[in-house]
Design a protein around this ligand. Structure first.
Ligand code: ADE
Length: 231
């Protein structure tokens, strides 16, 4: 799966693409992430990319020209490398909220993606119409820009791509089957007087599995009772 990220702050992606599992998936060619600076596409003589909104109001709006040029360039680049469809996502607090199902839909989509990171007060609405852009939010709060949001989307999708994680590691994680993950323990057996539950040391696999299922239900009731009601 190929991703092109359009941003005014490419340096925010340097650590992200060069660390841990994301780095490994890129090295294994499970995905690619190309980060492109929107500013390189501006034709403005002062190198500007944003202007105040028509009608008045706060902040600055990312204008059509540099963004459209960056999108056209990215579509062409993706199409030259693969026949797959290209979807364009704009990370925005007004978008559909990202959850595990949406991550799975993207991961299994057999498409390539352009991710637009906005800054300031947003992007010109005509870009959204012209390119049939899907808006995705990572939660009901407002960030100063879409860069962190796009990294959240990339991270949560890429780990679901076949081969990204060792087989089986997704089976019992939080959000699979609408349940949150059970508590986990490792060495030592006792820490500040707190012992690991005996059952986990018993070697009795069936009982451990029952215990973990009940703990998952307990944690889900505590933090996300809505998951149990939606079943
Ligand atoms: N940009 C600013 N806030 C955002 C959010 N909550 N989700 C996605 N992109 C954003």
């Amino acid at each position: 799966m190929r991703f092109i990220v359009l941003t005014l702050f490419p340096n925010m992606f340097e650590a992200f693409v060069n660390t841990s599992i994301i780095k490994r998936t890129i090295e294994k060619d499970i995905c690619s992430i190309e980060v492109i600076d929107i500013r390189k596409f501006t034709k403005d003589k002062h190198n500007r990319v944003d202007f105040p909104p028509f009608g008045g109001g706060r902040g600055m709006i990312l204008s059509c020209q540099p963004l459209a040029a960056a999108i056209d360039f990215s579509i062409e680049k993706l199409k030259s490398k693969s026949k797959k469809d290209v979807d364009i996502i704009y990370l925005s607090p007004r978008g559909k909220v990202l959850n595990y199902n949406l991550c799975k839909d993207i991961a299994s989509s057999d498409k390539n993606y352009i991710l637009i990171c906005g800054h300031y007060e947003g992007i010109d609405e005509r870009i959204i119409e012209e390119y049939n852009v899907t808006e995705i939010s990572i939660g009901d709060y407002v960030l100063t820009g879409g860069e962190l949001a796009s990294q959240v989307l990339l991270d949560s999708v890429i780990r679901l791509l076949p081969g990204a994680l060792t087989e089986g590691s997704l089976d019992e994680e939080s959000h699979t089957n609408n349940l949150l993950e059970y508590p986990q323990y490792t060495k030592p057996v006792e820490f500040r007087g707190r012992k690991v539950p005996d059952i986990l040391l018993s070697g009795h696999h069936k009982k451990i599995s029952e215990y973990r299922k009940n703990e998952s239900i307990r944690i889900t009731k505590k933090y996300r009772p809505d998951f149990l009601n939606n079943k």
